[in-house]
Design a protein around this ligand. Structure first.
Ligand code: FE2
Length: 230
């Protein structure tokens, strides 16, 4: 399998390139608009064909590369069925799979950070978007976020994956690149709560500034990053 974890310095976003083999099909998770040329070059250098670009959710901190990638490569652009991005060519839902040659990613609906947040499970790893971060969880105070939903997504879905499952989030602000479900269960401070009510209170007590790019990124991303519709 080909697996590349790409990093956007501006927004601390991780973008993942997945393929079964050199010369085969490729998938991008959470591409950033300003890095689209880099992704296309990398895919071309490995003689691969980009067949799909997906976002785990509508991001508030960077503009998505979904629209540009679809325009330049003809790939499918995809988001979850609860997403308000009508520009995508495919809406997926929980229980379905994303396919890249013989790689299959199981789709989990993991709302809470936003109401359009999804995670993807591929064999030994899970792409958690902003639902589960390394030693953190995504904020729940805008974009129809809901800490009670996030508790359910975490404790009833992601944390029920095998302990050794590798955790690849959409962001990291501290230089961490990967974790495991076991590590997060044991050491993630947001997960050391006795019940849902305690988690809701914890999340509601956070005082966070809005992301710098939020007013630009959210409307742009509803249109796949091609232009603002605000
Ligand atoms: Fe996010």
């Amino acid at each position: 399998m080909i697996f590349r974890q790409l990093y956007d310095h501006e927004s601390s976003t991780y973008t993942y390139l997945l393929a079964e083999r050199v010369g085969g099909e490729a998938l991008l998770i959470d591409p950033v608009k300003s890095n689209v040329d880099q992704y296309i070059q990398l895919v071309n250098e490995m003689d691969m064909k980009l067949v799909m670009a997906v976002d785990t959710h509508i991001h508030a901190d960077h503009v998505t590369g979904l629209g540009d990638l679809r325009k330049s490569t003809g790939c499918i652009s995809a988001m979850g069925e609860t997403s308000k991005a009508e520009c995508v060519s495919l809406h997926f839902k929980e229980g379905e799979k994303l396919k890249v040659d013989n790689l299959y990613l199981d789709i989990l609906y993991t709302p809470g950070h936003t109401d359009d947040s999804y995670s993807f499970v591929l064999a030994d790893r899970v792409f958690t978007g902003d639902t589960l971060l390394i030693r953190g969880t995504g904020r729940t105070d805008f974009q129809n976020g809901d800490p009670a939903d996030q508790y359910d997504s975490l404790f009833h879905k992601l944390l029920t994956l095998p302990d050794q499952t590798l955790v690849y989030p959409a962001h990291d602000y501290h230089g961490m690149t990967v974790s495991t479900i076991r590590e997060e269960k044991q050491h993630n401070p947001r997960l050391q709560v006795p019940d849902k009510q305690a988690y809701v209170e914890l999340m509601n007590s956070l005082q966070l500034d809005n992301p710098r790019m939020m007013d630009i990124a959210v409307p742009a991303n509803r249109n796949c990053g091609l232009k603002s519709v605000a």
